[in-house]
Design a protein around this ligand. Sequence first.
Ligand SMILES: C[S@@+](CC[C@H](N)C(=O)[O-])C[C@H]1O[C@@H](n2cnc3c(N)ncnc32)[C@H](O)[C@@H]1O
Length: 266
Amino acid sequence: MADLDWNRLWAESRKQQSWKGKTADDWDRRSTSFAKRHAQSPYTTKLLEILQPKPWWRVLDIGSGPGNLTIPLAKQVDHVTAIDFSAKMLALLKEKATTQNITNISTIQASWDDDWPHIGHHDIVLASRSLAVIDLAGALSKIDRYAGKMAVVVERAGNSPFDPELFAAVGRPFLPGPDYIHVINLLHDIGIFASVDFISLEAASIYQSFEEAWASSAWMIEDLTKTEQQKMHHYLDAHLEILPDGRFKLHRPKPPRWAVIYWHTA
Ligand SMILES: C[S@@+](CC[C@H](N)C(=O)[O-])C[C@H]1O[C@@H](n2cnc3c(N)ncnc32)[C@H](O)[C@@H]1O
């Protein structure tokens, strides 16, 4: 065990994974579809149930995206600072906050690797599904440094959120990349003994239209060719059930699962 360099294992596994690292421009391009896909996700409710937000919390939400967690958190805590390197994600977040008359959010456009400006005290630091870094040790140390009371990291568990059978059906190789076990082990190596909970989503999801069901899968595989699109169509036809009310139920072989890793810093 002592010989295993979890930071290197994480970096190497990330370089090989099917889902390639994204730039701020990539996330800008994906911002609208990402926000739409996650607008009503049970993931948010389940994570908030685990977090049990307190009214006095000041939260730092790193890789906030369009505010899937920032917005509901802001309704329950004193203040949320949202950091993201995608300007479009932050624009969507601000738009939602304005529409809902939420005034206790500040946003900072910055990357994990940047020197963040003086951002004041935060009780809780949250990095939900946003550890898109090569230097895992650097990111975890940063989280630990900024967290006044508790640090929370949500990472992939196993193949989630990808569907390996979809990759096989389309004919693409699937390499999942690193998951939460790298985070746990690296934390252990730096003397942090974190707790883990799991969020399991439903294996089947319901969509209003075929297009919506398509979008829920198509994001996983980049630059689908015409032939691959046809194969994906066949795959979805085989896994979709049309409900009596005309909606579409997509049966996934396995429910998506996320690991919620948390530790107290004070
Ligand atoms: C999958 S989304 C997660 C959004 C939200 N935290 C959630 O769990 O729903 C990942 C977010 O991290 C941001 N992100 C990815 N790499 C980043 C980096 N190097 N620095 C800052 N933000 C980054 C993306 O722009 C995107 O908004």
